[in-house]
Design a protein around this ligand. Structure first.
Ligand code: PLP
Length: 386
């Protein structure tokens, strides 16, 4: 039995999407920048996808969508695209629980002399809007706050945060990579200037993403070249992946209303099955939470019982989940997200994440909860007997 429960890492591309990718590569492989009919055909495919992605987030115009290679590049383009507009270092604000695609570019800016405020979060991983108001300085030029936190599932009060920055004339970016395809996204209603998306999180192909740029917002490109994507992202577009991102956007937009409640109900069932199990504690916000996402830390003091250990054990049992901590140079690092939420160094090595998608069944969840309990009980009794 094989059960994939790591949708926050990536989702299996839909068959329709793979078919469209193949068809595009076979019949629509022209270069959108060419003037002949091959180029025209490619341009039609590209612009259709742009329109489909724009529709997913209710962008005011498809022109507001710039295709990138994924969420990471969209995040980098937002941060560096805005900040390179300034001749001298200014101030930006992010949260203490950003994805590395924001946290590391912010670190680079800091090394270049920029001031970076990392807003603290509470024990559920939420940013306090008041703290944002207080952190704003006369030279603040950009605020970037993750919408749905990938590791602990917490959803931030994005509309409230965006309103604060809007009132002060400061640009607001959000990384919505984990939210797209799970919850309705409406950039107009939220009052957002910049928003990052990644196709492979909602059944598209890896290697396609987009940055929404509100009409009127000025960004610099990160590199020079042929001037594609309004000069913001030079290089011939990856047409097959982009066309399939368009279709994946359209299909998820059509199905979200039915799919999300189903996935949320299964996730709640998982939480219920594990709620009485003393060795797991839920992390993140239980109310403001991504609907497909469950995360825990293992309640046992032994440093041998880590999230990564549990991921490996579950993998032996045919179940794919994820650990919160990263491994750098062979050494496991505690999760910076859990540390920011107030967990100890030892606890921050004990995070796991279980994330569901449209293929998850009730049987998958029942089985996974049972196997997880058995594995943890066995590991703890092994530890106790040594
Ligand atoms: C919140 C968030 N931002 C950005 C990314 C990076 O997206 P991509 O893999 O498309 O570069 C991820 C991927 O895990 C993510 O979860």
């Amino acid at each position: 039995m094989q059960i994939y429960l790591d949708a926050s890492a990536t989702t299996a591309p839909r068959v329709e999407v793979i078919n469209l990718m193949q068809e595009t590569l076979l019949k629509g492989w022209g270069n959108p920048s060419s003037l002949h009919s091959w180029g025209e055909r490619a341009t039609l495919i590209l612009e259709k996808a742009r329109w489909q992605v724009a529709s997913l987030i209710n962008a005011p115009s498809s022109d507001a969508i710039i295709f990138t290679s994924g969420g990471t590049e969209a995040d980098n383009l937002a941060l560096f695209g805005v900040t390179t507009q300034y001749d001298s270092p200014q101030h930006i604000i992010i949260s203490a629980v950003e994805h590395s695609a924001i946290a590391l570019p912010a670190q680079i800016l800091e090394n270049q002399g920029w001031q970076v405020t990392r807003l603290a979060v509470d024990s559920r991983g939420r940013v306090n809007p008041q703290a944002l108001s207080m952190a704003i300085q006369p030279n603040t030029v950009l605020v970037s706050i993750i919408y749905g936190q990938s590791e602990v599932g917490t959803i931030q009060p994005i509309k409230e945060l965006a309103t604060i920055t809007k009132n002060q004339g400061i640009l607001f970016h959000t990384d919505a990579v984990q939210v797209a395809g799970r919850l309705t996204l409406d950039v107009e209603e939220l009052g957002i200037d910049l928003l990052s998306l990644s196709a492979h999180k909602f059944y598209g192909i890896q290697g396609a993403g987009a940055l929404y740029i509100r009409p009127g917002v000025k960004l610099n490109s990160l590199g020079g070249g042929g001037g594609q994507e309004k000069g913001l992202r030079s290089g011939t577009q990856a047409l097959g992946a982009i066309a399939s991102m368009g279709l994946a956007s359209q299909l998820i937009q059509e199905e979200l209303e039915l799919e999300t409640p189903k996935i949320r109900a299964l996730r709640d069932y998982l939480l219920e099955l594990l709620s009485s199990f003393p060795y797991l504690t839920i992390t993140g916000d239980t109310i403001h939470r991504l609907p497909h996402h469950a995360s825990f830390i293992i309640n046992h003091p032994s440093p041998l019982l880590t999230g990564r250990k549990l991921v490996r054990e579950l993998n032996f049992a045919g179940i794919g989940i994820s650990a919160g901590s990263a491994c750098n140079s062979g050494k496991t690092q505690p999760s910076s997200t859990l540390l920011a939420m107030g967990y100890t160094q030892n606890q921050a090595l004990k995070g796991i994440r279980i994330s569901l998608d449209r293929h998850t069944t009730k049987e998958d969840i029942t089985w996974t909860a049972m196997v997880l309990r058995q594995i943890i009980n066995r590991l703890i009794s092994d530890l106790n007997s040594h």
